[in-house]
Design a protein around this ligand. Structure first.
Ligand code: HEC
Length: 115
């Protein structure tokens, strides 16, 4: 008898947990941007593997530095990559992962880094 009661309680708990999961709303396509200074630094860290820490490429790198370039130049390049109007090998894909506000914040961030 006790075993059956335990089984029923466990089954009820499992069902309740399943319903709770089923009722959760679908996640939004893009999480809201974190455009605080720390949030933008985190976004900029995604660029470091190729463009160097804070946009300063490693010695001998053939990739363009981003540090200290004019904000508009950076933003124009990234927007054109995103739109597909600027030829690219990787940036056309990468730039699509950022909202326009995030691209503007990245352009602002890198333009303020010393070369
Ligand atoms: C996997 C390597 C890689 C990563 C990561 C990367 N880039 Fe690039 N980036 C490139 C390459 C390669 C180019 C040259 C264009 C091309 O072939 O895609 C480029 C070009 C650019 C240019 C144009 C520079 C110029 O003067 O011509 C900008 C601006 C830029 N990247 C910004 C960014 C930003 C901002 C990030 C981070 C959100 C980023 N990139 C992340 C590889 C990368």
């Amino acid at each position: 008898m006790i075993a059956i009661a335990r089984y029923l309680a466990a089954a009820a708990a499992t069902l309740a947990a399943g319903l709770a999961v089923a009722q959760q709303p679908a996640p939004p396509a893009f999480a809201p941007s974190n455009l605080s200074p720390a949030g933008v630094r985190s976004l900029a860290a995604n660029c470091a593997a190729c463009h160097g820490t804070n946009g300063k490429p490693a010695a001998g790198s053939t990739l363009a530095g981003l540090a200290g370039k004019p904000r508009n130049e950076l933003l124009t390049a990234m927007s054109q990559f995103k739109l597909g109007t600027k030829p690219a090998t990787v940036m056309h894909q990468l730039s699509k992962g950022y909202s326009d506000a995030e691209l503007a914040a990245l352009a602002d961030y890198f333009s303020k880094q010393s070369r």
